[in-house]
Write a protein that binds this ligand. Structure first.
Ligand code: INI
Length: 157
């Protein structure tokens, strides 16, 4: 019977960094509130969550990396909203944020969660930040805990 590794949904004792973009703050604040609320619901202590605001999604990776490199956090969550209707350089901002966030996780070994909404318009962004399509902040918190626990399990396997 193969041994199966699982990341259990226990946030107790975890330290989580969150980096959030101020651009489109009407959206990103909702993502942040939902991520924090979900972390706490799963047992992460309020004082073990550190939040850093950056100007825009493009800046998420560099600050995520600074947090990850401290060794103090078992997961870092990146939150942003890139809305195509409002920017001509949508593809560059969204693409660089995604690839930068991916690199931070691979380079530091700290799970770095991609919570950047990429939408065609503000309505879609509102729908996915607490409207009829849920709140992506919640998903990022669940993903952060599960992945941090899975990495812990892999390290002890
Ligand atoms: N940043 C975002 O997070 N979302 C956007 O939709 C956006 N637009 O529209 O341009 C955006 N731009 C700013 C960018 O992230 C950087 O802060 C800026 O380019 C300075 O590096």
């Amino acid at each position: 019977m193969p041994k199966e590794l699982k990341g259990d949904m226990n946030g107790q004792g975890l330290h989580v960094g969150i980096v959030v973009a101020r651009f489109n703050e009407i959206i990103t604040r909702k993502l942040l509130d939902s991520a924090v609320e979900t972390l706490i619901r799963y047992g992460v202590r309020d004082e073990d969550i550190t939040v850093g605001w950056v100007p825009g999604s493009f800046e998420l990776p560099v600050v995520a990396k600074a947090l990850a490199k401290t060794g103090k956090y078992q997961a870092v969550i990146c939150l942003g909203a890139v809305i195509r209707g409002e920017t001509s350089h949508y593809d560059m901002v969204a693409g660089q944020a995604a690839s930068g966030i991916n690199s931070v996780g691979l380079e530091t070994g700290v799970p770095t969660i991609f919570g950047v909404l990429t939408t065609e318009n503000m309505e879609q962004a509102l729908n996915r930040s607490g409207g009829k399509a849920g709140n992506m902040g919640t998903n990022t918190a669940v993903t952060a805990i599960e992945t941090a626990r899975l990495i812990e399990a892999a390290s002890n396997s």
